[in-house]
Design a protein around this ligand. Structure first.
Ligand SMILES: [Zn+2]
Length: 455
């Protein structure tokens, strides 16, 4: 049975010991994936050209047409769009912009994201888009081991946030779904304890914070709570093994990294039980990985900017959207039997990338080093300054309460380790435990004091 034939009836849910949600789709050959994607791409581009005034004008101006697409590589003829495009077109053709390719009567849901300018840009869905999305979320949850027997506690924001409805994917899968939303930590712990939730979704920072909060309140996350699976997204931490291991130790649970894009789906990729990369929503989104300077594709496995093209989402097609995320991919088959491309890591945002004395540095690289050393708490902060026209990086870390040695030794060890991993030798400040602010949402880990450079 194809994914498109699946209906919202309980009979469509596989038996709990079935390894795949949609075996035929998920284990097909790479050649079949490419054929499927090309077929979807050709249809989707024709739909965009016919329905969206923006795409028709932009492609006419660029001298390209959907009929020219004979292979997946032909997508490279088409012009990029950016977050700025979405904002401008929404202002030019309110309220949803002219990238929209369907009549408004067909739109049933919008999510929105505000970004740095504060103008919320809307991401519309038709009923079919929404069903496709939830089928994908169910498939992804299934790959991470969620089953109808689970009690899934969804603690993401529902207010216009594209992560909110993902709970319906868990519900479609048959899990008992608890729509908790963003509530204070004490309340969330009470809900999780009262209903003995077995799975939860949050950010890596918050998973850690919540576990520490539980312990402070006399709740042992391993014994008093039943959480066995933690889905995380929104920060690179879930793909950093050191961070994942420490959250897993704290909770006695398994952590799965998920990746979402506010302008497309709440999650577009997620880890299977193998946890080697995130299986990509390959039948929904065509991914290119490009050198951000030249726009040329990088070799498989190399880092580059993720550029996305939707393949089905009909309300507002996204064609060659520059995500600003620096990622790497593999198309090697996974040990789980799934054949979809895997996102090997989201190394950071282009916006987050620091250039220290000519070396590219992502905060996630620092995090991996900080979390590996158990004489540190794992919390960290980067302070970048410009002194005498040179960039100086200071990394602030906290010594663990159990560490009894000298701060100087600890700082030297950390600086050397970081230098060997990143090529940057920072100044290191060792702070007492519990000095740095604990994140309750996405952590602010970088303080850039170089005036005007990255503002
Ligand atoms: Zn896998």
């Amino acid at each position: 049975m194809g994914h498109a034939d699946r209906h919202l009836s309980p009979s469509s849910v596989p038996a709990s010991d079935a390894p795949y949600w949609d075996a035929a789709l998920e284990t097909q050959s790479r050649a079949n994936w490419d054929a499927l994607k090309l077929d979807l791409l050709q249809r989707h581009l024709r739909h965009a050209y016919a329905g969206s005034p923006y795409y028709r004008a932009a492609w006419d101006a660029a001298g390209v047409h959907p009929d020219q697409v004979k292979s997946l590589d032909d997508i490279r003829r088409f012009p990029f769009i950016t977050k700025q495009t979405l904002r401008e077109r929404q202002l030019a053709a309110p309220p949803f912009g002219d990238l929209v390719a369907v009549p408004e009567r067909d739109i049933v849901y919008i999510s929105a994201s505000s970004g740095s300018t504060g103008i919320p840009t809307a991401s519309p869905f038709t009923a079919r888009d929404f069903d496709d999305w939830m089928d994908y979320e169910a498939r992804q949850f299934w790959s991470s081991g969620l089953r109808p027997e689970d009690r899934y506690c969804h603690s993401l924001n529902f207010s216009l946030f594209v992560g909110g409805p993902c709970v319906l994917g868990a519900q479609k899968l048959g899990a008992l779904s608890i729509h908790a939303g963003t509530v204070p930590s004490e309340r969330l712990l009470t809900i999780a304890r009262q209903f003995q939730a077995t799975a939860i979704w949050t950010t890596p920072s918050y998973a850690w914070y919540l576990g520490e909060t539980a312990k402070k309140e006399g709740i042992d996350p391993k014994k008093d709570l039943a959480i066995k699976r933690i889905f995380v997204a929104g920060e690179p931490g879930g793909s950093i093994p050191e961070t994942r291991n420490r959250i897993e130790e704290l909770w006695g649970a398994s952590v799965y990294d998920y990746y979402g894009l506010s302008d497309i789906f709440g999650s577009c990729a997620g880890m299977c039980e193998e946890k080697h990369g995130l299986h990509w929503a390959e039948d929904h989104i065509l991914a290119e990985v490009l050198d951000p300077e030249t726009g040329e594709p990088v070799a498989e496995g190399e880092r580059g900017e993720l550029v996305l093209t939707t393949l089905k989402k009909s309300a507002r097609p996204m064609v060659r959207f520059r995500s600003g995320d620096i990622v790497s991919f593999t198309s090697e088959p996974c040990a789980c039997g799934r054949t979809s491309q895997r996102l090997l890591g989201v190394h950071g945002r282009l916006d987050d990338m620091l250039i220290i004395k000519g070396v590219n540095l992502f905060p996630s690289d620092v995090e991996a080093v900080a979390r590996k050393d158990h004489d540190l708490t794992g919390e960290y902060k980067l302070v970048v300054e410009r002194i005498d026209h040179l960039d100086h990086l200071t990394v602030e870390v906290e010594r663990a309460a159990s560490y009894k040695g000298s701060d100087t030794n600890l700082a030297e060890r950390f600086a050397k380790h970081l230098k060997s991993v990143t090529g940057v030798l920072p100044a290191v400040t060792i702070l007492p435990p519990d000095t740095l602010p604990r994140a309750t949402h996405k952590a602010k880990r970088v303080e850039d004091r170089r005036s005007g450079v990255w503002a």
